[in-house]
Design a protein around this ligand. Structure first.
Ligand SMILES: Cc1cc2nc3c(=O)[nH]c(=O)nc-3n(C[C@H](O)[C@H](O)[C@H](O)COP(=O)(O)O)c2cc1C
Length: 193
């Protein structure tokens, strides 16, 4: 598939078939992630692949616990319950972490915070590569930040101290949504000449 076709055809997929994703496909998607550019080539991305029925059920139970805790504190759970339901049906969820930052680093310097911004951009590029590589293989993906509603619980369950950036659901699509609306490039660009 041409890269421009993968960019144009990619969609956020929220319904998946039960059909498992092959290890070869998972590895190809992760490999594409590691080919992304990164500031100073630091490659700050780290991935944790959750697959298999038992782990998936645990993951969703943990996420729902975290969401329930926030709700009990009066926090609006946004779309997180819906995202947890999607993760319950996707055969694979890849959690993405920033290896260069831990939750313990609270009093960090200005330059560390700049590194964070660079790292997050690098990791965003890696995630987009994952989505495009999956599209190329006929797989569906969903980039999920609703995991933040249960971040402590999920990081605790995964045994991760590093900062979670997102999760990506991966599976064989069971829907074919049309393109979602976009602003044109003219609407979002100012030519400064
Ligand atoms: C950083 C980021 C976070 C997102 N988080 C979620 C999420 O938690 N749940 C969800 O259903 N979709 C999530 N999405 C998917 C967006 O809703 C989706 O990309 C957008 O509506 C455009 O649709 P498209 O991806 O099909 O073009 C996220 C996308 C991005 C880039």
């Amino acid at each position: 598939m041409l890269v421009q076709d993968a960019i144009a055809q990619r969609r956020s997929i929220r319904r998946y078939k039960e059909q498992p994703v092959s290890e070869e496909d998972i590895r190809a998607v992760l490999h594409a992630a590691t080919l992304a550019p990164s500031g100073k080539n630091r490659q700050p991305w780290r991935f944790v692949v959750v697959h298999g029925e038992a782990r998936r059920a645990e993951m969703v139970a943990v996420m729902r616990q975290g969401i329930a805790k926030l709700e009990a504190q009066g926090v609006d759970p946004g779309s997180s319950k819906r995202s947890a339901g999607i993760m319950a049906r996707a055969p694979v969820t890849v959690f993405v972490f920033n290896q260069d930052a831990t939750y313990a680093d609270l009093n960090r310097s200005y330059s560390d915070r700049l590194f964070d911004i660079v790292a997050i951009q690098s990791i965003g590029a890696a995630i987009q590569n994952m989505l495009l590589a999956a599209t190329d293989r006929g797989l569906g993906t969903l980039w999920i930040c609703d995991v933040f509603y249960a971040i402590e619980e999920l990081c605790g369950w995964l045994g991760e101290d590093h900062v979670m950036v997102a999760a990506v659901a991966l599976g064989h699509p069971d829907e074919a949504p049309g393109a979602r609306p976009r602003k044109s490039s003219d609407e979002v660009t100012r030519w400064f000449s």
